[in-house]
Design a binder for this molecule. Sequence first.
Ligand SMILES: [Zn+2]
Length: 216
Amino acid sequence: MTSETGGEGRSCVHTGWSRTRPPVVARTAGVLSVFVSFVVCLTVYVQNVRSDEPQAAETSESTAVPGSQPKFRTELIRGQIIWLAEALKSQFGISTVPEAAENSLAILTGDGQLLPIVENLRGRAFRKDERLRGKDMEILTRRYDQQPLIQVLRVYQLDQGKRYEVDYWCDVCAIVMYETGPCACCQDDNRLRQRLVEDDDAAGAERVNGDGKTDK
Ligand SMILES: [Zn+2]
């Protein structure tokens, strides 16, 4: 039996059924399969994966006018992300009920500020992956004037004076994700990715260094 699977290439939707069809049908199905996979991956990428990308990382203030969008500022905050209940206890001696232990996450800065975070896709990454908790980080954030929760835009881990951007990656589909788990496209496990940051790609964000000092 001849094999006609050579032209299929790598795809993130693994149907496999085209291998047993006649060559022309198999080839057409293969092309269709790759095309559908591409569209599915692209849709997932655009709609879900990139939805939390910072849109104003280069500006430290929104340009909102009164009556339109709420005002926010973009800050690069240095600290560790830990459970809020744990930090309330260790920093302030405030006890919480047992069921609140893993309710919320917060950034604890070096000078003891406790900043609760929004649990969106980027925030939930710290719940789902303990490798991210309790580590020295720089978090690019958005903070609105009218509400206390901090929105995580990008995550950098600090290690021996170097800075690594942290996200999750699927080697098969070559797409980025923001939390550990199955790939949004092919469902294979993604992997934690740490990329050395040479340039200051968060330039323009206000810096909260956790040493009691805030600078631009
Ligand atoms: Zn994948």
